[in-house]
Design a protein around this ligand. Structure first.
Ligand code: GDP
Length: 439
């Protein structure tokens, strides 16, 4: 997600050794400056970052450790606003009300869905969404589809005024004890008075705890400028940058917090519901400096994986009873973690591998589609017990799945060796074996 930026830091860090002189430091900072500007970080932010890192490193003695420490501290500093919330915080008096604002096409409606999904799945909250974007009528229908897909309640009425529907929604949330209310507000193609007036009216009724400005990261410094305007006119408490998976150079994320004066709170990197990540400064800095973000990964995994289910699965694997139904269940669980690329990016040292993987799509890969088709043509008994599959049965399954028998055999072989490996790994010393394998 931060490929360009992470490379910039890696190159600069590589220029400086353990005990080095000021010339080497200059080389490192010059390299850093060049690549940050290329990654679209605002020049004032770059200048401030470089001079601070130079001064701090010199003060503590030029060398790799001090350079790394200075860089880490300054990066955390520019991504943080004193006293601002870290991650998503809940109001002490529920429901926590969030206004989602942004220009048309920025990804506001999709992000409303993603945020609802994040709060439900990772934070285990009861979420209500209010469709108050009545400017773009398709937005209501889009929100209907998104919320029904992720099983989130929605309040919508195309014939009501935005303030009315917001009032109705909040009353419902209070009465029915929802934890969070997300309000999708009107978007326009550009900032105009009418939009600002409407937002002010909605804000008055909603009395929001948070106002998130959703901006398209690919618009670069334009995203910063519009965020500044929205901050002046309606007040915002945070920014969400979307479309980070596109050819966004990432630099805008680095400067935005200082430039706008409100923190960047989330980043959207994909069109699917799990493709939203909290932007927590020290975690992001760790990732930028190539050290991974194990904390976020653990949080995601803990939320996606039901501990009882995990235990049951481990037992089955140990007994060698892992079957096709279990396999499909596991795939569903994995999907909740988001894209393969974003998972790899969070593991220390795996950043480069993530880049090579591109956007491997677990759900739509050819292999997975083949397995799904195969399982669909099996009888329930066959799904439970892969050992039942005689040649005659395999021929029937192949025909049913539109595959040839060679393909079926290949998948079966892979499945069996995966189950065998899992069995081995779940036994004593399994973790160590896995670590050895990854070396
Ligand atoms: P709105 O007009 O601001 O409500 O925008 P939408 O939510 O309808 O989004 C506009 C388009 O951007 C849609 O096609 C979304 O699927 C897409 N989109 C939103 N967020 C992301 C993202 O993080 N990555 C990518 N690649 N596309 C996104």
């Amino acid at each position: 997600m931060f490929d360009t930026l992470t490379d910039s830091f890696k190159n600069a860090i590589g220029k400086i050794r353990f005990h080095d002189d000021e010339k080497a430091l200059k080389k490192a900072t010059t390299e850093l400056k060049k690549s940050l500007l290329k990654a679209d970080v605002h020049h004032k932010v770059v200048k401030d970052l470089i001079s601070s890192v130079e001064i701090e490193t010199k003060k503590n003695g030029v060398g790799k450790d001090n350079f790394l420490k200075a860089l880490q501290e300054k990066l955390t500093d520019i991504l943080t606003i004193e006293g601002a919330p870290k991650g998503f915080t809940f109001s002490s008096k529920p429901p926590t009300v969030v206004l989602m604002i942004g220009l048309q096409g920025s990804g506001k409606t999709t992000t409303t869905g993603k945020l609802a999904y994040f709060l439900k799945e990772q934070k285990k909250k009861k979420v209500l969404v209010i469709a108050a974007d009545l400017q773009r009528l398709a937005a209501v229908e889009q929100l209907r589809q998104i919320t029904s897909q992720i099983d989130i309640d929605l309040v919508a009425d195309e014939n009501a005024k935005p303030e009315e529907i917001v009032k109705r929604g909040i009353e419902k949330a209070e009465k029915e004890l929802y934890d969070v209310v997300l309000i999708d507000t009107a978007g326009r193609l550009a900032i105009d008075e009418e939009l600002m007036d409407e937002l002010a009216r909605v804000k008055e009724v909603a009395q929001p705890d948070e106002l998130f400005y959703v901006a398209d990261a690919m618009t670069g410094q334009d995203a910063v400028r519009t965020a500044q305007t929205f901050k002046e006119k309606v007040g915002i408490t945070g920014v969400i940058l979307t479309k980070f998976d596109g050819d966004s150079k990432g630099g805008v994320a680095l400067g935005l917090t200082q430039q706008v004066g409100v923190p960047l709170r989330f980043i959207g990197a994909g069109e699917k519901m799990p493709d939203l990540e909290q932007f927590i400064a020290d975690r992001i800095v760790s990732r930028l400096m190539g050290a991974g973000d194990v904390e976020s990964l653990a949080e995601k995994a803990a939320a996606a994986i039901d501990p009882k289910e995990a235990k049951r699965m481990t037992q089955k694997i140990k007994k060698g009873q892992f079957n096709f139904n279990d396999f499909l269940d596991q795939m569903e669980q994995m999907k909740k973690l988001g894209s393969m690329k974003s998972i790899m990016g969070m593991i220390p040292g795996m950043g480069n591998m993530a880049k090579q993987l591109g956007d491997m799509d677990l759900e739509n890969s050819k292999e997975i589609k083949m397995i799904k088709a195969m399982v669909a043509s099996m009888t329930p008994k066959e799904r439970e017990n892969p050992d039942l599959l005689t040649n005659m049965r395999k021929r029937r399954i192949a025909a049913g799945a539109g595959l040839d028998q060679v393909q079926v055999n290949r998948v079966l072989k892979q499945f069996k060796s995966a189950a065998k490996m899992a069995k081995k790994l779940s036994g004593k010393g399994g973790m160590k074996q896995m670590q050895d394998m990854m070396k």
